[in-house]
Design a protein around this ligand. Structure first.
Ligand code: NAD
Length: 334
């Protein structure tokens, strides 16, 4: 049997690589597969790549039936800024894409569907916690339906997709799991669309080549910087654990997945100093002013993922920076 990976981007490519490593058959389904990137992560000759649009239900069903698929990993999505720039197209893609994936699974009798959600759905809860000491947020954290609702359309599409999938599970027999990733970064050839990836790239891209690291973007550093990270290889690892988990081990079906702690930006700067000793970190005055006194009071608890999926991250931030820098030196050049 085969695993259909919808979306051959940063996480989808790593999931395919790890499936190959364990002797499984990944089928990569993508609107516009990035072949130069895939060649840096896996042997493109070893995977089947299907060019298709998840907004076309018939194309998903054909990919499932033509390839004997019995599990689906659903990664394709517009990310935060994509939805911000193109709200109609982004909302349609994220909601209709998930609906099509679970409907295709229902019509073809596919068992497991793993959906890539985001810790960003707690967005409204963080705002209510501003100024409070460190908070631990688990998957069932109390969220006032109005005041704490996610304030960004991207987060709304992710939470709504979870509800669509879970309802398909309860009412139509789909075996659905949602993984709420922290900010994902790591090997990716092409424009980096995720905010966390761009935050990390400020350090890793110059650092890998011994150039000075300059933090100059107030949005990336003041608003989005620091926090809960996830290396893309661990995202793929958690996703495969979910794809192959025994149903009897799953009590909750929604899991936080991250490095199991947060990294305030001053600590990220210290880590960059150790990994990239030839790249001094400079802050523009505007960013320096924004970061004065900044602290993070959120920690997304991964206890459920550890207990039910057996997920333990392999990469903390320093190891992830080191691994990513190796990939950059090998494939991106100066
Ligand atoms: N990157 C992050 O920081 C982050 C954080 C939390 C959650 N997530 C979630 O993880 C998942 C994977 O993220 P990523 O960084 O690998 O994304 P990515 O942008 O690298 O990959 C997404 C892939 O989906 C494909 N795609 C887009 N529309 C499609 C369509 N209609 N049909 C088929 N394929 C289509 C794109 O071509 C792209 O290759 C996403 O669902 C994202 O929301 C990502």
């Amino acid at each position: 049997m085969a695993v259909l990976i919808v979306g051959a981007g940063m996480v989808g490519s790593q999931a395919a690589r790890q499936l190959l490593d364990r002797g499984e058959t990944p089928i990569l389904f993508d609107l516009a597969p990035n072949l130069p990137h895939l060649a840096t992560v896996l042997d493109p000759g070893a995977v089947k790549i299907v060019r298709g649009d998840m907004l076309e239900l018939a194309e998903l069903i054909a990919a499932i039936q033509d390839n004997g698929v019995d599990r689906i990993i659903h990664t394709a999505s517009f990310l935060y800024e994509g939805v911000l720039r193109r709200p109609y197209a982004g909302t349609k893609l994220n909601l209709m894409g998930t609906l099509n994936v679970v409907e295709a699974a229902r019509q073809t009798g596919v068992g497991r569907v793993v959906f890539c959600s985001a810790g960003f759905i707690y967005h409204g809860v963080w705002e209510g916690m501003a100024g409070q000491p460190e908070q631990v947020v688990d998957e069932d954290t109390a969220m006032r339906l109005v005041s704490d609702r996610p304030r960004a359309l991207y987060a709304v599409t992710k939470l709504s997709s979870e509800y669509i999938g879970l309802s398909y599970g309860e009412q139509f027999g789909i075996d659905f799991i949602a993984l709420r990733y922290g900010g994902v970064f790591g090997p990716w050839k092409g424009p980096v669309s995720g905010v966390p990836g761009r935050f990390v790239d400020q350090f890793a891209r110059p650092g890998a080549f011994g150039r000075p690291i300059v933090l100059s973007d107030p949005f990336l550093n003041g608003v989005a910087g620091g926090g809960s990270f996830l290396y893309c290889k661990d995202a793929a690892k958690a996703t495969l654990l979910a794809a192959f988990a025994r149903p009897e081990d799953l009590k909750t079906r929604v899991y936080n997945i991250n490095m199991s702690r947060t990294y305030p930006i001053h600590e990220t700067i210290e880590i960059a100093g150790r990994v990239f000793p030839n790249s001094p970190v400079q802050l523009t005055p505007e960013v320096e002013a924004l970061l004065l006194g900044q602290r993070y009071q959120r920690m997304f608890d991964i206890t459920r993922a550890r207990q039910e999926l057996g997920y333990v991250p392999d990469y903390e931030l320093e190891r992830a920076f080191t691994d990513y820098a190796e990939w950059l030196r090998a494939y991106e050049g100066e």
